[in-house]
Ligand binder design. Structure first.
Ligand code: FE
Ligand code: FE
Ligand code: ZN
Length: 295
């Protein structure tokens, strides 16, 4: 069975324990969270007591903590000169926070070059990550997973080649991997109906062993749209069967699959229902109506 999870909150008073409890309420096997608001730098002190309680509950519920993911805040942009020192400093802090929590993987958007061009942008990311990894304490083994991006605006990390360029130029390669996002791949122009072709070429360029997480989202837009708008599972342009094919792909068996699909009416989390559909391998076209009724 695939390891299925979703995006959950991380609150000041409950922290990792609250995130875990939210995930358990969706019957998830794993989860992903931000350590604070993604758009600012305000962070609360990590309460070791709450972390310990969460670890005990994970043991009891058979949740593999090594599959739990943190998402780096999106105010970090290593690509752009203006934000560069701030981004390096804040990403270093976030990696230390992950390490304190004992989380192994942190997903990062490679960044947007905002006009300086692809080459300069990619070189800034490389420079930034190398600085971050040099700054880390010796016991920090957190792995940054560069997310495949839709190519909205001047986003980089939109092609496998760009990701390869970044990874090839990182000194400390044990600290980097990749997170595939199905909505972003579709919007970037990769045909997910031929997913095994994509994986073959990824394997040749980077290596499947570098994939640490998969974001499973349908897309509101057509292939190559460069839009990045997520849709609920089965209700978008990628479709249920294609997503199922990726989720159950034997080559990606032990990699956590995380849903980042939109809340229904901006209020009701869809995850419990989507996870159930995926486990049953059965699409329910009335998904949204059912969620509205049950909430
Ligand atoms: Fe992301
Ligand atoms: Fe994503
Ligand atoms: Zn997205």
């Amino acid at each position: 069975m695939p390891i299925l999870g979703c995006h959950v909150g991380f609150k000041k008073d409950t922290q990792l324990l609250g995130s875990l409890q939210e995930a358990l309420s969706y019957n998830a096997d794993t989860f992903m969270f931000y350590t604070g608001a993604p758009q600012n730098t305000k962070r609360n002190v990590i309460e070791d007591g709450l972390t310990l309680q969460a670890l005990n509950l994970m043991k009891e519920k058979n949740i593999d903590y090594s599959k739990v993911i943190v998402h780096a805040p999106y105010i970090i942009n290593l690509c752009n000169e203006n934000n560069f020192s701030f981004s390096v400093a804040f990403l270093t802090e976030e990696m230390n926070r992950c390490n304190l929590l004992g989380v192994k993987y942190m997903v990062l958007h490679p960044g947007s070059h905002v006009g300086t061009g692809e080459e300069a942008g990619l070189n800034n990311i490389v420079k930034g990550l190398n600085l971050v990894f040099e700054n880390l304490k010796d016991n920090n083994n957190v792995i940054i997973l560069l997310e495949t991006m839709a190519g909205k605006g001047t986003e980089l990390g939109t092609t496998t080649e760009q990701l390869k360029y970044i990874i090839d130029n990182i000194n400390d390669k044990e600290h980097v991997g990749v997170c595939l996002d199905t909505c972003h791949l579709n919007d970037a122009g990769y045909d997910l109906n031929n997913f095994d072709n994509y994986l073959d070429s990824f394997d040749k360029l980077i290596g499947i062993n570098k994939i640490g997480c998969i974001h499973v989202n349908d897309s509101k837009n057509d292939i190559s749209s460069h839009k990045d708008r997520h849709e609920n599972i089965g209700l978008g342009t990628i479709g249920f069967d294609t997503l199922l094919n990726i989720i159950y792909n034997k080559r990606l068996e032990n990699i956590p699959k995380i849903l980042e699909t939109p809340y229904i009416d901006k209020k009701y989390p869809p995850y419990k229902y989507e996870i159930e559909m995926i486990r049953k391998k059965e699409f329910n076209k009335d998904l949204i109506e059912i969620i509205k009724k049950q909430n």
